[in-house]
Design a protein around this ligand. Structure first.
Ligand SMILES: *Cc1c(COP(=O)(O)O)cnc(C)c1O
Length: 267
């Protein structure tokens, strides 16, 4: 059977092979090296700005969305949420739950964002914008150049949910001037579910550092502190992280998803 859903996406044979072994103990230099490599390659593939960091949370993609709303944003932020479907709605729900001061730009289902949607929000002292680069519920890829220019012009922190866009669409963190990009293991990365990934540019790192801690399990302060030595604060989905390592190495060496039946298409 072929699985054509947006995720979990079928994995190639090399990635599957990784999961056929017992999970190793992970507080070891060997596992730390793998984690540090995962971070390096992720930042390289995203073309993240210098001194960016990348952390791996054991959660589905929504865990990364929630972590960013809790750890990168704060009570003084004036937040814009682009809501064009169920994943935009999720950012709104998270902002509401965590009592962020936010305004929704609500778009019709599958409607592209246009300059006129953004015009009322120019020079209004907004400080952060949340967008799902690809709104998976409708299949719409947002005009990221438009969003990026708007954020640059208004000095707004750009936070990009690229859970379904990473490895499927062109994504350059430096070019977009994105402060945060988040993704997950089970979409185009084509690894089993369980890990979400957050890349943070220096301006986002500074915010995490300055903001009060809101939670323990999804704390980015803790995740970042541990990532310096290639570790995580709590037991991670070790096997999924090993699979990510195999997959990232293949992508970096131009192998894409190749190897398994059908997997060549995933790159
Ligand atoms: C899949 C997806 C999510 C949610 O991911 P989960 O892993 O199910 O929590 C969030 N945003 C986008 C754009 C997605 O495609």
């Amino acid at each position: 059977m072929l699985n054509f859903t947006v995720g979990p996406v079928m994995s190639c044979d090399e990635v599957l092979e990784v999961a056929s072994h017992s999970t190793p103990y992970f507080r070891t230099p060997e596992f730390s090296d793998i984690m540090l490599e995962n971070e390096r390659v992720m930042l390289e593939l995203l073309n993240a700005p210098e001194n960016s960091k990348c952390v791996f949370l054991t959660s589905s993609g929504t865990g990364a969305m929630e972590s960013v709303v809790m750890n990168v944003l704060n009570d003084n932020d004036k937040v814009l949420v682009i809501n064009g479907g169920s994943f935009g709605q999720r950012f709104s729900d998270l902002c509401k739950l965590h009592k962020r001061n936010f305004t929704e730009i609500k778009l019709k289902f599958a409607a592209q964002i246009k300059p006129e949607n953004l015009a009322p929000f120019e020079n209004q002292n907004y400080t952060a914008l949340l967008i799902n680069m690809h709104e998976t519920s409708s299949g719409l890829l947002y005009d990221m150049d438009l969003i990026s220019d708007f954020c640059k012009r208004n000095n707004i922190l750009l936070i990009v949910d690229a859970i379904s866009a990473f490895m499927a669409d062109e994504l350059d963190m430096t070019k977009l001037n994105a402060a945060v990009v988040l993704t997950g293991s089970q979409k185009a990365l084509a690894v089993q579910p369980g890990i979400s990934i957050i890349a943070l540019a220096p301006e986002a790192l500074k915010r995490v550092d300055d903001n009060p801690e809101k939670c323990m399990y999804l704390s980015l302060k803790e995740a970042l502190k541990n990532s310096v030595r290639g570790q995580t604060p709590f037991t991670p989905a070790v096997t999924t992280l090993l699979q990510i390592n195999t997959r990232l190495q293949k992508i970096r060496t131009g192998g894409g998803g190749g190897g398994g039946n059908f997997c060549n298409l995933s790159n």
